[in-house]
Design a binder for this molecule. Structure first.
Ligand code: HEM
Length: 482
């Protein structure tokens, strides 16, 4: 597709002639699609319509027609501010922000000040020693899993090795996560290379597929799609028809049917979702491997925006992505074949145990991080801080799980709330950051939620059951004889 720049645009012309245009909030809100996207940063208005070439990709359009001040700060290196200039079209008429009370202005000012304090405290600087230790520990897990297969003929040892490999993949997920959020290196390129090593080569995931999906999730956590076939919400809660996180989401697939009714499969899945939740988690890695291979080898994208983005600007690291994934499948094949000694069934079992283990351990932590917390749609979406805090849950020690184990298992995401507010803060600084965030939330009356592994899982299952009950109750009310 060819990107045509209009020869005369009255707005860019105004910018070029230094004549400052003023826009009301209402006017900004009218430009809320990828094709017609205005964004606001510190009361300045930018026209980023059709800018699929944006280095962060189509995630930029999650804030079309909205204020991007805080999400911009969450994702970008300081130098990126200069890239904004060419999109500037005028200033926001601050008197038109009638939906904001003086208290809201003070709240926003307060959380921006807190961010500045954290920067001054050095919270965004990583300890290279910490990450060297984490990377070495992880590689030792991998070497041990391989050695157990190579040196032993015991099925019990092979089973233990497959479980260890599942855990290793889960830990690779957290390391790739840290590198790709640029927690480890402020230089983007080094973070990306770390992401390719832990993501593509060791885990089998495409780093660009992951970035698109994960950064989209960070921009709009627990936000529902505007339409069942749209992909403008949080990709991580785009789980229909298998799982619904709100009654509205459960009902959404009716719009796809000509008769406006739910299909038998939707009814079945939503009715039993509290029971199917864990089996679905077990299979999650297979779906991620599939999506990753599709992205890396240009066989399709997971959303319409990701597809257009791939067509317009392609992959950031086309060769490394492909080589990384191909080598990943090669070493996994060698290991799953028991270095040539396993029967087909034995090798398949090894693969399934490790893959399902990884899916379960990874998705369990994601699930605890957000599932069962508040969900929003475009109209009810609150400010950046409240959106991130109310949709996230921290995981604490408890029910026999000690803190060091929870910290290791969750790879930094035990501080999900704090991580969502400041995704570039390295995980080893989150404990300190957490204390300041909690006291800020207390001061401003924002509910900050924590639960241990068991309580959190029960909350998730209870939430699924309550959505399921509300959904099924409608049929009983409408058709009492059934
Ligand atoms: C006028 C508006 C914007 C401009 C000029 C801009 C520019 C840039 C630039 C130059 C980069 C690469 C350097 C860096 O990582 O800091 C970048 C990356 C990124 N941007 Fe933006 N951006 C804009 C708006 C947004 C918005 C609204 C979002 C999210 C809703 C966003 C999300 C991202 C993400 C996630 C990355 C990192 C990609 C990576 O890690 O490779 N950007 N942007």
């Amino acid at each position: 597709m060819i990107y045509i720049i209009p020869l005369y645009n009255p707005l860019t012309f105004a910018a070029a002639t230094n004549e400052k245009k003023k826009f009301t909030w209402q006017q900004v809100k009218e430009h809320s699609t990828a094709e017609d996207a205005w964004v606001v940063y510190n009361n300045k208005v930018y026209d980023v319509s059709n800018w699929y070439e944006h280095p962060g990709g189509a995630v930029i359009f999650t804030h079309a027609g909205d204020d991007m001040t805080d999400i911009f700060a969450a994702f970008h290196a300081p130098g990126s501010y200069s890239a904004m200039k060419r999109f500037y079209i005028g200033d926001l008429d601050v008197s038109s922000l009638t939906h904001k009370t003086p208290e809201q202005f003070a709240f926003e000012k307060g959380y921006r000040r807190l961010r500045t304090e954290l920067i001054k405290m050095g919270m965004f600087k990583s300890s290279k020693g910490f990450y060297a230790y984490k990377c070495t520990f992880n590689m030792c897990m991998w070497a041990l899993a391989c050695a157990m297969v190579y040196l032993s003929d015991s099925k019990v040892v092979h089973f233990a090795s497959a479980c260890l490999l599942g855990l290793f993949w889960q830990q690779c997920g957290w390391l790739a996560h840290d590198f790709l959020h640029h927690q480890v290196f402020s230089q983007r390129k080094y973070g990306d290379l770390g992401g390719i090593f832990w993501g593509n080569l060791m885990q089998g995931y495409s780093m660009q597929w992951w970035k698109n999906k994960h950064n989209g999730h960070h921009a709009v956590p627990n936000l529902e799609n505007s339409h069942p076939s749209a992909t403008d919400g949080d990709p991580d809660m785009d789980t229909m028809p298998l799982l619904a996180w709100s009654l509205k989401q459960a009902r959404s697939f009716r719009q796809l049917n000509a008769d406006g009714n739910d299909s038998a499969s939707v009814k079945f899945f939503i009715k039993y979702q509290a029971f199917t939740y864990f089996p679905i988690l077990l299979l999650a890695r297979l779906s991620w491997l599939n999506e990753s291979a599709k992205t890396a080898f240009n066989l399709g994208a997971s959303s319409k925006n990701a597809q257009i983005e791939l067509e317009r600007k392609g992959l950031q690291y086309p060769i490394l992505e492909k080589v990384g994934i191909a080598l990943h499948h090669a070493w996994v094949l060698v290991l799953c074949s028991g270095f040539g000694r396993f029967s087909f069934l034995h090798g398949l079992s090894y693969f399934l145990v490790s893959t399902c283990g990884c899916g379960l351990f990874l998705a369990l932590v994601f699930g605890l991080g957000h599932n069962g917390m508040a969900t929003y749609d475009a109209e009810t979406r609150p400010d950046f801080w409240k959106l991130q805090v109310t949709t996230s849950r921290n995981i604490t020690a408890g029910h026999g799980f000690p803190k060091f184990f929870v910290d290791w298992l969750c790879g930094g995401l035990q501080y999900q709330v704090d991580h969502h507010l400041f995704p570039m803060i390295p995980r080893h600084n989150l404990t300190q950051c957490h204390e300041l965030v909690v006291s800020f939330c207390k001061e401003w009356g924002v509910k900050y939620h924590e639960a241990d592994l068991v309580e959190g899982t029960i909350e998730v299952l209870e939430h699924l059951q309550s959505v399921s009950d509300d959904f099924m109750e409608e049929f009983v009310t409408e058709f009492p004889a059934m």
